[in-house]
Design a protein. Sequence first.
Length: 393
Amino acid sequence: MSTVRTEDVLRLAREFSESLRRAESERDRERRFPHEEMAALKKTGLLGLLVPESLGGFGASYETAAEVMMILAESDSSIAQMTQPHTGGVEALKVAGSPAVRNRILSRVAREGLMLTNAYSETGTKTVSELDYKTRLRREGDHYLLSGTKFYSTGCFAADMFFVPALLEGTGQIHLVFCGTHDPGVTIVDDWDGMGQRTTASGTTIFENVVIPEEMCLSGDPFLHPNLLGPILQVLLAAIYVGIARAALRDTVEYARVKTRPWLHAGVETARQDPYILWHIGEMQTLVHSAEAMVARAARSIDSAAANLTAEARAEASVMVAESKIVATNVSLQVCERLFQVCGTRATRAEYNFERHWRNARTLTLHDPVDYKYKLVGDYVLNGTPPPISGYT
């Protein structure tokens, strides 16, 4: 960043993040959407983290963005997750929007806290491929009409604007359109009932003949172009996994210090002296730090590629991001499960709600198969095959 210091941005993120932690477990237990917290997030300016300074944003690096995501996720992974598709919308506008539309929307993001979210995925299709989309655009004079049903509309209760891919009737071409979350014809259904990430409002959105001005319709889907959108969104997911692992480690240490008892065969007075508790916590800390380092390394590779984007630079960044996603996935699941091995049976009581860490990690790490990350890395290392271009790679 040029005039905004990284340490100031991280300090802002930590201060806001601390306010999230107080009622996070209760929100999860009650499946209560964080309306007040999201309103407060909009006031921090953090939604403009990756908006250029010329438009009022922070103009942060992707490495800084990944660290901010880890900080947020450590306090509330649902709120962190809701900022990830927002970033997707910001980045899509930066690479594909017309200058006038891009500048207008991104200025509002930075100065007003305008929040974007996606309505991308659909259920009932053969795959997640864009070729399967049933959502359609129909030309009507000087505008379009959007109709269809989307799922996983993460953060829609707090967002102000959707970006939606749809097939233009009669052409078979994908277009990405932007519309308001409260535009006539838009219906948001609160039907997300996943076991984890309970307060993300990742449910159904229905579009019924929603009027889309021509300027708000981008020709083609930028997520399918050879840019860095896929790696950026993937590294931010990996950062959320690490934030969840940080939270689980934090709760493990806090609990073990005051409540865990040493095992009778340990021959020690306190759990702080139990050799196996020390071993587990030592490994958990090492795992978390290794995942943090992998995410930071991957984010730096995106910064490097963004400075000089070539096919080779994009491929290398995509591979590094895949590696970070593998490590972050495995670490988050291991650390969240290990919490109980360290803390013991009492830690499973509902009053602590510690299982939310594993529920959140397990739910979010199913976003796209980690098996294919191993394949991607192996194919690149062994055969020199560049990763495919998609929102997942």
